[in-house]
Design a protein around this ligand. Structure first.
Ligand code: COA
Length: 310
C-alpha cells in the first residue's frame, strides 16, 4: 500500500503588504523587488494572530477536506521555525484546539524544507501501519523574526500556513519517491540571531543547484522520465530560483506552480499553500505526476514525486 495526501488546508492572514507599502518604510523599490524576486505582495499577520492560530485554521480545513474527524488523527507534525513559544510545541497547542484527542504531537525544525520533512516522516508512519492518519502542517509567522530595517531580507518573507492529511491511498497513487538532505556546513548562510540573517548570494547558488538535482533525483527514483512530469511545485522563495528548476526539468511555464508574487516566501508553508491554490484552480488533477521540491536554512532540502489522488 502507498501513502498520499488525502486532504489539504490553507490559512493566510488578511493583511496585504505591497511592495509600494515597503517603499515607504525602507530604501527599496517595487521594480527592484519584482525583478530580483518576483514578489509583488505578501500577507502579514496581525499582533493577535500567532503561528498556532494560522496552523489551527489550515489544519481544521485539511481534516474536513480529508473527510475525517479530529479524533481520527494519530500524529500531528508541525514544521515551523517560528513557534508561538519554544515550548509547548505548536503541534500540542493545535491538538487541543482541534480536538485531536488521540494524536501524538510534535514540532520539527527544517526551515523552508520543513513540510517536505514532515510529509516524508508521515509517509513512513502510515506505511508502517503505526498511524492511519497523520496531520502535517507547514506554518510560519516570519514577520516576528524579520528586521524591518533590513531591506536585504524584509522584502522577501510573508506569513501563512498550509496543512495536509497523509493516509493510505489506492494502489499506484500517492508518494512514489522522495529525497531529503542536509548540509550543516552552510548553516551560517541563513540563520536567526534575533532576526533572520542571510547571505543571499550563497543561498541563491545553493538553491539553484539543489532544487534541480533533487527534482531530477525523485523522478529517477520513481522510475520516471522528465517528460512524465505534469507539474512542478517548487518552494516559493524567488522566481529566478524557481525558473531554474523548471528549466532543468524542461517544463513549460504553465506547468510550474507560482504563488510567490502573492505571498512572498512563507518558508515551511509555501509548498502546501501553492498546492492548495493549484488544486482549487484546477492546475493539479487526479493522476497527475507532480514534483514538490524545497530548500531552506540548515541547509536542508527535500523533494517528493507524487501521483496525485486518493
Ligand atoms: N531593494 C533595493 N536594493 C536592494 C535590496 C532591496 N530590497 N536588497 C538588496 N539590495 C541591493 C544590495 O544592497 C546590493 O547593493 P550593492 O551592490 O550596492 O551592495 C544590490 O541590491 C544587489 O544585491 P545582490 O545580492 O547582488 O542581489 P541579487 O540579485 O543576488 O538578489 C536576493 C538578492 C536576496 C533576492 C537573492 O540573492 C536571493 O533571492 N537569494 C536567495 C534568498 C532566499 O531564497 N532565501 C530564502 C531561502 S529559504
Amino acid at each position: 500500500m502507498g501513502a498520499g495526501l488525502i486532504g489539504i488546508g490553507k490559512c493566510v492572514p488578511s493583511q496585504v503588504v505591497t511592495n509600494a507599502d515597503l517603499e515607504k518604510r525602507m530604501d527599496t523599490t517595487d521594480e527592484w523587488i519584482r525583478t530580483r524576486t518576483g514578489i509583488e505582495e505578501r500577507r502579514i499577520a496581525s499582533d493577535d494572530m500567532d503561528t498556532s492560530d494560522m496552523a489551527f485554521a489550515a489544519a481544521e480545513e485539511a481534516i474536513q477536506n480529508a473527510g475525517l474527524k479530529p479524533e481520527d488523527i494519530g500524529l500531528i507534525l508541525v514544521a515551523t521555525v517560528t513557534p508561538d513559544r519554544p515550548f509547548p510545541s505548536v503541534a500540542t497547542m493545535i491538538q487541543d484546539r482541534l480536538g485531536c484527542v488521540n494524536a501524538a504531537a510534535m514540532d520539527l525544525s527544517a526551515a523552508c524544507a520543513g513540510f517536505m520533512y514532515g510529509v516524508v516522516t508521515a509517509k513512513h508512519f502510515v506505511e508502517a501501519g503505526t498511524y492511519k492518519h497523520v496531520l502535517v502542517v507547514g506554518v510560519e509567522k516570519l514577520s516576528k523574526i524579520t528586521d524591518w530595517e533590513d531591506r536585504n531580507t524584509a522584502v522577501l518573507f510573508g506569513d501563512g500556513a498550509g496543512a495536509a492529511v497523509i493516509s493510505e491511498v489506492s494502489e499506484g497513487r500517492g508518494i512514489l519517491s522522495y529525497e531529503l538532505g542536509a548540509d550543516g556546513r552552510g548553516g551560517n548562510h541563513l540563520y536567526q540571531e534575533q532576526y533572520i540573517v542571510m547571505n543571499g548570494r550563497e543561498v541563491f547558488k545553493f538553491a539553484v543547484r539543489q532544487m534541480g538535482e533533487s527534482a531530477v533525483s525523485v523522478i529517477e527514483k520513481a522510475g520516471l522520465e522528465k517528460e512524465d512530469v505534469d507539474y512542478l511545485i517548487p518552494h516559493q522563495a524567488n522566481i529566478r530560483i524557481m525558473e531554474a528548476s523548471r528549466e532543468r526539468l524542461g517544463l513549460p511555464v504553465e506547468k510550474m506552480s507560482k504563488s510567490v508574487h502573492k505571498y512572498g516566501n512563507t518558508s515551511a508553508a509555501s509548498i502546501p499553500i501553492s498546492l492548495y491554490d493549484d488544486l482549487a484552480e484546477g492546475r493539479v488533477k487526479d493522476d497527475d505526476i507532480i514534483v514538490l521540491v524545497g530548500f531552506g536554512g540548515g541547509l536542508t532540502w527535500g523533494a517528493l514525486c507524487i501521483k496525485w489522488g486518493k
